[in-house]
Design a protein around this ligand. Structure first.
Ligand SMILES: CC(C)(COP(=O)(O)OP(=O)(O)OC[C@H]1O[C@@H](n2cnc3c(N)ncnc32)[C@H](O)[C@@H]1OP(=O)(O)O)[C@@H](O)C(=O)NCCC(=O)NCCS
Length: 300
């Protein structure tokens, strides 16, 4: 990361030092997110550090009090996430300071993030524009009484590392930009199911350990039936255990399937963008792949 990030600022009674997030203790980052009630494990932080960049704010004796990260995909786009300030530092301008430092690193990239209620006004003040709601669905997974069959003419199978290029290509159509580095890392950490027609990948769902249990995401598909076909095996695999899925698509068959699978809306965040607005997955044209589930709030 650019060494110009390292600097200091007096905030109220606190002297806060900013440094590269890769240089700070993982356990302190873990404690920071626990302090604001987030479920991330230390391993979840490590995955994010492997695929992204970030800034940490520390006090004079090295205690981590804040963080902000970004996840670039090529030179034109990035998501922003893990924006946290410890409760004793909140409402003193540290969140804004961290965000301004992150924005300085972006060199004109289009930006997307998923804002908690606490952060919305901060992002609005930095010119991010609200787009749509993300529903954080979670609970004890259960197999719906109505069995979901694989659509006729399609083949469902476990994904392998050799499928990475097809996953990246389909995800790029759905998400809007190719995310090869991220997907390479996620495929290694995940179990994946893909739906194929004539040997071509039409839908996929990855599932990995995260927080209190497992998270399903990303999921890309061009219709509810296909999305259900690739998510259903993960629900079966995790039956009776904690499962989470973050989606902008809570209507229709897919929403009903999530509810019947025990994944109820626990909370919402708001997708916001700076620059080009992202396409609305709810109003896509027929046959267009869309993102049915996010990789995570931070990763989009
Ligand atoms: C969201 C979060 C990062 C904001 O951090 P913060 O350090 O409180 O941010 P700031 O101090 O820069 O701004 C927050 C508020 O304080 C106000 N503020 C900023 N400087 C101030 C000052 N000197 N005196 C009084 N208020 C001030 C801002 O106007 C803003 O108020 P508003 O939200 O009512 O508009 C922090 O609340 C947090 O970590 N929350 C939990 C985790 C979370 O939700 N993260 C966001 C993920 S998207």
């Amino acid at each position: 990361m650019d060494s110009s990030v390292s600097s200091s600022l007096a905030i109220d009674a606190f002297a806060v030092r900013l440094s590269d997030i890769g240089a700070v203790d993982l356990d302190q980052l873990h404690a920071l997110s626990i302090g604001v009630g987030w479920p991330h494990r230390a391993e979840d932080w490590q995955l994010l550090r492997n695929v992204g960049h970030g800034i940490a704010a520390s006090d004079e004796i090295g205690r981590v009090l804040g963080s902000a990260m970004w996840f670039p995909h090529g030179s034109g786009f990035a998501t922003i996430g893990m924006v946290i300030t410890s409760p004793r530092l909140q409402s003193l301008g540290a969140g804004e300071l961290l965000m301004r430092r992150v924005l300085e690193q972006q060199q004109g990239r289009e930006l997307r993030l998923n804002a908690t209620r606490a952060a919305r006004r901060l992002y609005l003040s930095l010119d991010f524009r609200p787009e749509r709601t993300v529903f954080q669905c979670q609970g004890e997974a259960r197999v719906p009484r109505q069995t979901h069959v694989v659509p006729p003419g399609a083949e469902l199978r476990r994904l392998e590392q050799a499928d990475l290029a097809a996953i990246v290509a389909l995800d790029a159509q759905a998400f809007g930009v190719p995310r090869r580095v991220l997907l390479d890392a996620l495929v290694q950490e995940s179990v994946g199911f893909g739906l194929f027609r004539g040997g071509r990948l039409n839908a996929f769902a990855l599932c990995r350990r995260f927080g209190r249990g497992h998270v399903v995401g990303p999921v890309a598909a061009s219709c509810d039936e296909d999305a259900i076909a690739v998510v259903a095996p993960h629900v079966s695999d995790r039956e009776g255990r904690f499962l989470r899925l973050d989606t902008q698509l809570r209507e229709g068959q897919f929403g009903t399937f999530l509810s019947q699978s025990g994944l109820r809306v626990f909370d919402t965040v708001l997708t916001m963008s700076l620059g080009r607005q992202s396409a609305d997955p709810g109003s896509r044209s027929s046959g267009q792949p869309v993102t049915y589930a996010l990789a995570s709030h931070a990763l989009g």
